[in-house]
Design a protein around this ligand. Sequence first.
Ligand code: IMP
Length: 206
Amino acid sequence: MSQTILIATGNPGKLREYSEIFGVLGVTFVMPADVGLAGFEPDEPYETFVENARHKALAYAARANMPVVADDSGLCIDALEGRPGVYSARYAGPGASDDDRTQKVLAELADVADDQRGAQFVCVSAAALPDGTVESAEGIVRGLIARAPGRRITGFGYDPIFVPEGYVVPFSEMPAAEKHAISHRGRAAVALLPALKRLLEDYRPD
Ligand code: IMP
């Protein structure tokens, strides 16, 4: 029987990206809603991506009693000393939209020169088993914060203001597959793949 991995996200775009990269494992992927955990939101209490990602993966694995992949990600802006970083989702306060958050970044960088607008998206993906085993890997993509948002055609979050290195359009104007090929999440998932494979080989459901 094929093994099942819980991809701990409510975002179908993230699920698609992970299932493409982990497709080589020949396993079945489910989301929290598929296993009765739609409302389960573990906290993200730490100040590093790696601690939050591992904490989230372990919390889901214990709760769902199956192998889990979870991640923590965010945008780290050089001129803001790495902010919003692990606070990217909460940057403009509760109830704020993606557009509110991008506008807040643009306002904070209004006086920052073009050659000082470097930034990176960071993602740590973590794989955990119900027995408390956990592995993680990091992916980074560098780029520049644009002066104005691009069109929101694909993607989510800060994509309209992030132009990856070597490109002239923001993530939000790139075909999804092109973004995934160079994205922080894509890179973290590829880096996690060997450890995830080992975890699944060793996993014995009780
Ligand atoms: P979390 O990883 O779900 O805790 O949230 C990370 C936050 O960082 C998201 O809500 C987005 O605001 C931002 N973020 C992470 N990855 C991306 C991306 O690929 N594009 C745009 N924004 C992102």
